[in-house]
Write a protein that binds this ligand. Structure first.
Ligand code: 5GP
Ligand code: ZN
Length: 119
């Protein structure tokens, strides 16, 4: 996309990030405000606004994002106790950065899936 996308700027090296894994098509870096002992963001280097656009536009790339997330989960020692992988999407999903990203969370029991029961 362009210089007005925060994560595109991280991909371009214009904004520093603590990168934990990089592939030709994906990047994984630590969230600047971690919500768990391990909180890594995994993104496609190419700009897609959200996971729905990514999955529909380039399913193979979406799979590469998942594969990178799994590799980071292994590197961070999360495979034994488990972890959470989530894509906040749109207004109801609480998405704040409109470049598709998976949150990889782990390192402690993460509690219920949602803070409130909305059913
Ligand atoms: P969202 O709410 O869009 O799913 O998540 C955006 C995430 O990006 C948040 O968890 C936030 O802490 C993280 N974030 C925002 N700005 C930066 C930044 O400049 N660097 C890094 N590493 N993470 C960021
Ligand atoms: Zn972007």
């Amino acid at each position: 996309m362009g210089t007005d996308c925060l994560f595109c700027r991280i991909v371009a090296g214009e904004i520093p990030a603590t990168v934990v894994r990089e592939t030709p098509t994906t990047l994984a870096f630590r969230d600047i405000t971690p919500k768990a002992p391990v909180h890594v963001l995994v993104i496609p280097k190419e700009h897609y606004a959200d996971v729905a656009t990514l999955a529909q536009g380039d399913p193979a790339l979406a799979g590469e994002v998942l594969a990178t997330a799994a590799a980071v989960a292994e590197d961070e020692g999360l495979l034994g106790d488990g972890f959470r992988l989530m894509f906040n999407t749109g207004a109801y999903g609480g998405q704040e950065v409109f470049h598709a990203h998976a949150h990889l969370l782990g390192g402690a029991p993460l509690g219920p899936m949602l803070a409130r029961d909305l059913a």
